[in-house]
Design a protein around this ligand. Structure first.
Ligand code: AMP
Length: 292
């Protein structure tokens, strides 16, 4: 973790430091045997290896990929509770910064509200600070959500640490747009809800999908807010940017044999047990209770 934090900070400072991170990355790439070795470290061995291990020894270093609205935050945070590792969402770090009175806030608002990607320098900076805070608190491992978002980010990450597994969540695009537009956040407790009721028929070889709304309890109801980047125009822009900039990251990890593709079959009641099953985690009753 310390190495990750140091090198991400080096990458964040740009210029020569980024070149150092890249050189380190290049030398690591040469040291490592190609895809067979990578596959040994990746899915499904990662989940298999940590069976029964205490949280501190599992050292999960996972990445969640997927389009905006697919549910990365929902499943990554459930797994983080289950496995006792932090869920680190770069979108949350960006929103925390936006909500602050710091010098970056105005600059970030313009970028984020148009659905564009924030510069690598800013993202690495926010991530470094978050990792340092976690390290000081004795955190071990992580589930990254929303990072890496570009091949360059993936390459730098690859140069500084060993990602065990990458879960790629998938859902059809019309459903993604509906889900983003239905997203609500309680301004008081910060919990996420969704007022959209997804009920699409199976057609053209695609399966039917039903996702019940995730409605807030009464005490949150009057405090619902919507993200400024969840308007239809911005969501479509974010999806375009995902396809251009982030889909190549899927190929990057697919080539390393680390990518676990997961088509969401429906809402949380259908998808969560199935995800636990493909991760070989479904029989961990005691862990299940911890995530409840
Ligand atoms: P998310 O909550 O993951 O949809 O992220 C919200 C916004 O934060 C994105 O639309 C980007 O503007 C920014 N962001 C989050 N993660 C990254 C990243 N890894 N690289 C660049 N921008 C990011």
């Amino acid at each position: 973790m310390a190495a990750v934090q140091r090198l991400l900070r080096a990458a964040a400072s740009g210029g020569a430091a980024t070149a150092v991170a890249r050189r380190r990355m290049a030398s690591l790439a040469q040291e490592q045997a190609p895809s067979a070795a990578a596959a040994q470290k990746g899915f499904p061995f990662a989940a298999e290896r940590m069976r029964g291990l205490p949280a501190a020894e599992r050292n999960v270093q996972w990445v969640f990929l997927g389009c905006p609205g697919v549910g990365k935050g929902t499943y990554a945070s459930r797994l983080s509770r289950l496995l006792g590792v932090p869920h680190i969402a770069t979108g949350d770090l960006v929103r925390d910064e936006l909500a602050s009175t710091g010098p970056l806030a105005a600059q970030l608002a313009e970028i984020v509200n148009q659905g564009k990607l924030v510069s690598d320098e800013i993202i690495f900076n926010l991530l470094s600070k978050r990792l340092k805070k976690g390290e000081d608190q004795g955190e071990s491992g992580f589930i990254l959500d929303g990072f890496p978002r570009t091949v360059k980010q993936a390459e730098i990450l690859d140069g500084v640490t060993d990602i065990d597994m990458v879960v790629n969540l998938k859902l059809r695009e019309d459903v993604l747009v509906e889900k983003c537009l239905g997203r609500r956040i309680c301004s008081q407790c910060g919990k996420n809800f969704n007022v959209a009721c997804i009920d699409v028929k199976g057609e053209n070889g695609l399966p039917a999908i039903y996702m019940a709304p995730l409605l807030p309890p009464n005490n949150c109801m009057s405090k619902m807010t919507t993200r400024a980047d969840d308007t239809e125009e911005v969501v479509r822009n974010r999806l375009r940017i995902y396809n251009d900039m982030s889909q190549p990251v899927e190929d990057f990890y697919r080539d390393q044999g680390k990518l676990l593709e997961f088509d969401l079959p429906g809402g949380i009641p259908e998808s969560w047990p199935k995800l636990l099953h493909v991760l070989n985690l479904e029989d961990q009753e005691e862990l299940k209770l911890a995530a409840a």
